[in-house]
Design a protein around this ligand. Structure first.
Ligand SMILES: [Zn+2]
Length: 135
């Protein structure tokens, strides 16, 4: 896998872009895991781990450009939750704006980001302390 698509390299890119746009930065780690393939990634409240689902990711992983764009969008989305934006619409809006500005509106990243506005607000709230976010 080319280093450009390494999830932690992309996380550093995301952290820099979010810092520039919002003046906020948080420690975070990306970890691949296998779970329900309709869920692309998630974060848990009180944790700084971004879980990226390796099952849907494996469909784009062979193409290094698509792989980078895919991971950028998923990691950015989850990272925005991690820095404290819980609202799903707000996160999607910021993600789409940032991706459009960075990659352009004809990019894979932008169309991918736009596609993600369909599965509306699939969330599980088990209690106030434990918050599982589904993208
Ligand atoms: Zn989300």
């Amino acid at each position: 896998m080319p280093s450009i698509s390494s999830p932690n390299t992309i996380l550093i890119e995301v952290q820099g872009d979010v810092l520039k746009r919002m003046g906020k930065r948080a420690e975070a780690y990306v970890q691949f895991a296998s779970f329900n393939p309709s869920v692309l990634g998630f974060v848990k409240a009180g944790s700084n781990v971004i879980y990226v689902n390796e099952i849907p990711y494996s469909r784009v992983a062979i193409d290094s450009e698509k792989s980078h764009d895919y991971l950028y969008v998923v990691i950015l989305h989850e990272y925005l939750h991690l820095i404290g934006i819980a609202d799903e619409r707000e996160v999607r809006k910021i993600t789409l704006e940032m991706v459009g500005r960075k990659f352009g509106e004809n990019s894979n990243a932008f169309s991918f980001s736009k596609m993600l506005t369909f599965p509306e607000d699939v969330k599980i709230m088990e209690n106030r302390k434990y918050f599982s976010h589904y993208m």
